[in-house]
Design a protein around this ligand. Structure first.
Ligand SMILES: Cc1ncc(COP(=O)(O)O)c(C=O)c1O
Length: 387
């Protein structure tokens, strides 16, 4: 691993995580079982949802959510292009077409409900909403539009565990009001199990479909048969093996207990970045008018002014031991997705294309010190002084 002075993200495991995983290893049962059940129950309670199903990763969560809605060839699903490619890939797994929607603008990098409404066709069946960087998208507008056109909603909450929707009824956690919502526990996420994910819903019928397709379409689990609760099974749907294991569930339980403190520290650091970079004319900061208290502050994205050379900026920071990234190269520009759509499609996402060329993500993680943040801000100021 590169020895960054300030990495983009960092892990924070203590003796509790080591103890939790060790206990599982000593228990004699490591595939989906009681720890997964406990992780699901505690995650559901934390979010305020009826059903939570732990899965192998966030992409699997989104694939299952798409399948559970019965999406297939000929269907279209609205989604942002400014997101990780997994958002659109999960739609493609079902044979449905992602239909890319622009973001709101420089101040809000979430999907624009206005542009989404313009892209609805008779084939549109659902909308996949990403809460970029941990800031909730405008769910009220999206829900109104979805209700008007009979669209299902899937929320990609990979960036937003522990975030809350800023609009009333208040204090409602992100992921708790859509028909289904998907979380990722990949290693750079606010809650990590290395690989892992969760799909949640309040709809019992949907939960049952998710449960069955998560495990080969089978009606009973190996764990049930191990306990002598059942001896055989039927296969009632085309399913996958998208289960989470006990080690990751044990890790997830400890990580869940640390999540809100970690998010609070991320907010402090976000505020500090804003104080230190807010005055720089070469840098624009998105989400300034969003409610910071409601955000999970997963990322700290900055937008360089068009005249700044992004590659030089990122190289300069790398030379000074500071790791940065880009969130995201837009999906509609990838070779695979370009060939899915007629070329005219390339020209309808002006804000996404503008932002994608100028965005840089700065380091942000709970164990980052104020001193490290000051070093990042100092290096940025030095870069612009030299320019
Ligand atoms: C916005 C977004 N959606 C989906 C995913 C996919 O999650 P996973 O890597 O757990 O499959 C990620 C992260 O990796 C993500 O950042």
């Amino acid at each position: 691993m590169a020895a960054w002075k300030v990495p983009l993200a960092d892990l924070q495991f203590g003796p509790e995580e080591i103890e939790a995983v060790t206990q599982v290893l000593q228990s004699g049962w490591i595939s989906q079982g009681p720890k997964v059940q406990q992780f699901e129950a505690e995650f559901a309670q934390f979010l305020g949802v009826e059903h939570a199903l732990a899965v192998a990763n966030g992409t699997a969560a989104m694939h299952l959510a798409c399948m559970a809605l019965g999406l297939g060839p000929g269907d279209e699903v609205l989604c942002p292009s400014l997101t990780f490619v997994a958002t659109a890939n999960a739609i493609r797994y079902t044979g449905a077409q992602p239909c890319f929607v622009d973001i709101v603008g420089l101040h809000d990098l979430n999907l624009s409900p206005t542009d989404a409404a313009c892209k609805i066709t008779p084939r549109t069946k659902a909308i996949m909403v990403v809460h970029y960087a941990g800031f909730a998208a405008d769910m009220r507008a999206i829900e109104d539009m979805a209700a008007q056109h009979g669209l299902a909603i899937i929320e990609d909450c990979a960036h937003a565990p522990g975030a809350v929707y800023p609009s009333p009824p208040g204090n409602q956690k992100v992921g708790s009001r859509g028909s289904s919502a998907c979380f990722s526990f990949f290693s750079n996420k606010n809650l990590t199990t290395g690989e892992g994910g969760m799909v949640v819903t309040n709809d019992p019928a949907l939960a049952e479909r998710l449960r069955v397709t998560r495990s080969h379409g089978m009606t009973t689990l190996t764990w049930d048969r191990h306990r002598g609760h059942s001896f055989s099974y039927d296969v009632v749907a085309p399913g996958y093996n998208y289960r989470l294991d006990e080690m990751r569930a044990a890790l997830g339980l400890v990580q869940l207990s640390r999540l809100m403190a970690g998010n609070a520290r991320r907010r402090e650091l976000t505020n500090l970045y804003r104080q230190k970079l807010g005055e720089l004319p070469q840098v624009q900061l998105p989400f300034l008018s969003a409610n910071l208290e409601a955000s999970a502050c997963h990322l700290f994205p900055v937008l360089l002014r068009a005249e700044v050379d992004r590659a030089q900026f990122m190289s300069y920071l790398a030379e000074h031991g500071i790791q940065t990234s880009i969130h995201y190269p837009p999906i509609h520009k990838f070779s695979y997705y370009r060939q899915l759509w007629p070329p005219v499609y390339d020209h309808r996402l002006p804000h996404t294309e503008d932002i994608a060329a100028r965005e840089v993500t700065l380091p942000l993680y709970p164990s980052m010190t104020n001193q490290q943040l000051a070093e990042v801000a100092g290096a940025i100021r030095d870069f612009f002084r030299k320019e």
